[in-house]
Design a protein. Structure first.
Length: 202
């Protein structure tokens, strides 16, 4: 795997779903994936601040970072880390761009990286409310109700499973509150988010 994809994967895993924010939908009598996807799809733009805690086996102490995430329909996702370092990550369609901590710019064409593209498209599918894209890339378990839900995602692709084994997103009512992902090497990350969407912005 190329350097840019390794770096992009690290940033994306800790953030891409962190932009699962406010959803304006009324609870349905039966809660299922289509109900959640309908709610997610109503927001054409999502923004949030985040605090991310990473537990890495090679480090004695967890890494804590802060920043902002943003999603704009149909396929643009951005993560900007401000503390304790500066780093930016952007996906638009099949184009990936990363500015690392040293200020270097990296680019990749996901059309040439089908396994990475499958991961990105699955995540964007969740942000945009695209049920088909989500089901194409993940096995899932959804529990709770729209007022308090937990969605567990397991990659279908064997090569993706060599990197990440599970993603767990949970929310209450209209907000995504936490995101946890677990890697095959035992490292893990938990992100806490505060939506910053302007009232009435969908």
């Amino acid at each position: 795997m190329s350097t840019v994809l390794k770096m992009g994967r690290r940033v994306l895993l800790g953030s891409v779903m962190g932009v699962l924010l406010a959803s304006t939908a009324h609870a349905a009598p039966s809660f299922d994936l289509p109900t959640l996807m309908q709610a997610m799809g109503k927001h054409k733009e999502r923004t949030a601040t985040f605090v991310e805690t990473k537990v890495i086996s090679t480090l004695k102490q967890p890494q804590v970072s802060k920043g902002e995430v943003r999603y704009v329909a149909p396929n643009t996702f951005e993560k900007h880390t401000y503390q304790p370092w500066t780093e930016s990550f952007r996906v638009q369609g099949n184009k990936l761009e990363l500015t690392d901590r040293q200020g270097r710019n990296w680019y990749a064409d996901l059309n040439k990286r089908p396994h990475a593209a499958a991961f990105v498209n699955g995540v964007v599918g969740l942000l945009s409310g695209n049920k088909d894209a989500l089901e194409r890339n993940y096995k899932y378990t959804l529990t709770g109700s729209l007022n308090k839900w937990t969605l567990t995602l397991v990659p279908k692709d064997a090569k993706m499973l060599e990197i990440i084994t599970k993603v767990v997103a949970s929310g209450d009512s209209e907000n995504m509150r936490t995101l946890r992902y677990e890697q095959a090497d035992g490292d893990r990350s938990t992100m806490e988010m505060t939506p910053t969407n302007k009232p009435g912005k969908k």
